[in-house]
Design a protein around this ligand. Sequence first.
Ligand code: NAP
Length: 277
Amino acid sequence: MNKLLESILFLPTTLHMQKLHSHLAGKTVLITGASSGIGKEVAYLLADFECHLILVARRGHLLQSIKAEIEKQKAKVSIFQADLRAEDELTTFLSFLHNQGTLDIIINNAGLSIRRSIYESLERYHDFTRTMTINYFAPVRILLSTIPLLQKSKGQIINVSTINTKLAPVPYFAAYQSSKAAFDVWVRSVLPELRKNNIAITTVYLPLVRTPMIEPTPGYRNVPAMSAYQAAKLICKSIYTRRKKYQPWWLIFGQLASVFLTNLMDFSKKRKRNETN
Ligand SMILES: NC(=O)c1ccc[n+]([C@@H]2O[C@H](COP(=O)([O-])OP(=O)(O)OC[C@H]3O[C@@H](n4cnc5c(N)ncnc54)[C@H](OP(=O)(O)O)[C@@H]3O)[C@@H](O)[C@H]2O)c1
């Protein structure tokens, strides 16, 4: 049943290899959070093109083995082990990036999700600073530093976001949803200025994707989810379409339902209150 639903909800994506090749040849592509999940799949998908991949994440040993795999094909790979939440490590990483000379595409993918009731979070302010630092402050800092490089190369920023930023928020994910929403608004806010200067910006609003990120949530095990490979294909496709956004075809119905159900719930609560008064 799940397989059938997945094939309806997540329509197949065809990649035009020739177009991808012409947009990637000789280009430098940064993928943050490339050690697992979607970031790793994107790196493997780009392995067959003559480009320079820069992969960053905390788990250096995983980046090492991904580099070894990819270099059996065409891409050249540089890896950088860093915790992008640590100011000093991010500073060193940014110097490393500037020393590369050129930068054409940034895939902002590193991210952290936390599922926790607000009542279990009362002593855990750090959940909110952690998610905000990796999902919002780190990409903002990376982009503030690299926009001049992207302007020179008429480059592209691809933001890996979530459909949750477009729907009514769900309980237990306050830290994750607010940090992803913050960066989504940041991106949409700077988009017109950057586009005017020939920097393309694409936001990929993903549904649930089967990666290590969702493993700790038992409720997600038997619900339809996109594969990391399919998500990676959408990201790679945006390299040549340079579209403003990708979102699943059914998201608009989810948005309408969000507005309708929220108002319906408010209305029925109000009615109950009036009846009891
Ligand atoms: N899975 C989903 O359902 C889903 C849905 C919508 C959007 N997304 C978004 O997709 C992106 C990728 O997530 P995923 O599902 O592929 O999860 P994942 O497998 O957990 O990958 C997360 C990546 O981010 C890196 N990362 C996390 N914290 C970091 C830090 N402090 N410094 C540097 N790198 C860090 C991780 O590497 P290290 O641990 O090695 O540092 C890892 O490579 C995220 O932005 C997520 O919000 C996911």
